[in-house]
Ligand binder design. Structure first.
Ligand SMILES: Cc1ncc(COP(=O)(O)O)c(C=O)c1O
Length: 384
């Protein structure tokens, strides 16, 4: 990939198409509607490709809705789900918004008058069944801000079943990058046990995202989950994956700019940074690197180029040595990298390339000083 300006974010269109075909096949086989959550990647070429496979988009902000509406919505339905919905967003979209899911009873009460008559209203529930051990990422953590606790929901139903009047659907999202659909099925059964009357009363349920689909064969518990709601309660089921669609199609290519001795391992400084993969720091994980072999004889700490001591990707080993100018490719970077990247230390955002069927790379965007200076597309804030 010598022709690349690094750091570069490369979208492999073949892999994106492959993964979208898989999602489409699984959704069709399950009999559910497939939405895409643009929070995982809102890059224009990604959205345009995905638009050809999905039944709609599950946005979480006004900007995502505007982008999807302008770029790729087609005939698809537009959904809004967010912990905080602004009345002006409902005003702007009116009946162009097909589904809105409120996160709390108070958001619903405060905003219901602003919802267009043709927009279907849902309520997010917190199933109160945790599968993530780190509370920072667990939507079902104690005192969660995400959704109405299902136990409280059950109490409200018992006190006054009419409290659901005006609510057409339920929504939950309770996992993160899981490949274990047994936890989704357990969540569905848990909800069924707590609020069967609510499932009888509504017409749709959205199972959120948070799961990575591997193959049709490994999705049996997913099919069972959809059937539980579809066949058991006659509900229209939606899923709204983000990472499952885009994680595998994106990689970040960097160049080694310096190599020196550390205490027991060489340090390779790259022209990228955790700025470009913020979840590496946030989730403290070591990203997959192309060519890494566990018993490789040439071992390096791969480090980013900012002043942050923790701007490191981890320890990797290769069969051949890295030298200044070598390229390093971080795999499976398609989700939440470009959408969370920033310019700390004045490090430019990666250039963006698409790679089509022939392998040809096309640069579609490159950062420039003016963007940094004008704070465009970055979290950089000028000092007071
Ligand atoms: C409500 C909701 N839906 C869908 C998603 C997409 O999740 P993922 O990208 O893990 O599939 C998220 C991610 O945080 C979410 O909060």
């Amino acid at each position: 990939m010598e022709e690349l300006d690094t750091p570069a974010y490369v979208i492999n269109e073949k892999i994106l198409e492959r993964d979208m075909r898989l999602l489409r096949q699984i959704a069709d086989q399950a009999g559910c509607k497939l939405l895409y959550s643009p929070k995982a990647s809102s890059l224009a070429p990604v959205l345009s490709t995905i638009g050809g496979y999905v039944d709609g988009f599950a946005c979480s902000s006004l900007y995502e809705m505007r982008l999807v509406d302008e770029l790729c919505r087609g005939d698809g339905s537009l959904h809004l789900v967010s912990p905080l919905i602004d009345g002006s967003t409902l005003d702007e979209f009116g009946d162009r918004l097909n589904y809105v899911t409120f996160n709390s009873l108070s958001q619903w009460q405060n905003l219901q008058a602003k919802v267009s008559a043709s927009t279907s209203v849902g309520l997010r529930i917190n199933p109160e069944l945790s599968f993530i051990h780190d509370p920072r990422y667990d939507p079902c953590r104690e005192n969660s801000k995400l959704g109405v606790p299902v136990s409280r929901f059950a109490d409200l139903m018992a006190e006054n079943p009419a409290f659901l009047n005006g609510i057409d659907g339920l929504h939950f999202h309770s996992n993160c990058e899981s490949i274990d659909f047994a936890s989704l099925l357990a969540t569905a059964r848990h909800i069924q046990d707590f609020i069967p009357e609510a499932l009888e009363a509504v017409s749709w349920i959205n199972l959120g995202g948070g799961y990575i689909f591997q193959s049709v064969e490994e999705s049996a518990a997913f099919f069972e989950t959809v059937a539980l709601f579809c066949d058991g309660f006659g509900l229209q089921v939606f899923i709204e994956p983000g990472a499952a669609a885009v994680r595998r199609c994106g990689s970040i290519v960097a160049t080694v700019r310096d190599v020196f001795e550390g205490e027991d391992c060489q340090i390779a400084i790259l022209d990228t940074s955790v700025n470009h993969m913020p979840e590496v720091l946030e989730f403290q994980f070591e990203p997959d690197v192309l060519g890494h072999v566990d018993d490789g004889v040439h071992a390096y700490v791969l480090a980013g180029c900012t002043c942050l001591a923790g701007d490191m990707f981890g320890q990797y080993a290769f069969d051949t040595p890295l030298t200044i100018g070598s390229q390093v490719t971080f795999m499976n970077m398609g989700a939440y990298s470009a959408s969370k990247a920033h310019r700390f230390n004045g490090v430019a955002l990666p250039a963006i390339y698409t790679q089509g069927d022939t392998g040809r790379l096309d640069q579609i965007w490159a950062d420039k000083f003016d963007n940094f200076a004008n704070n465009v597309g970055s979290s950089t804030v000028a000092p007071a």
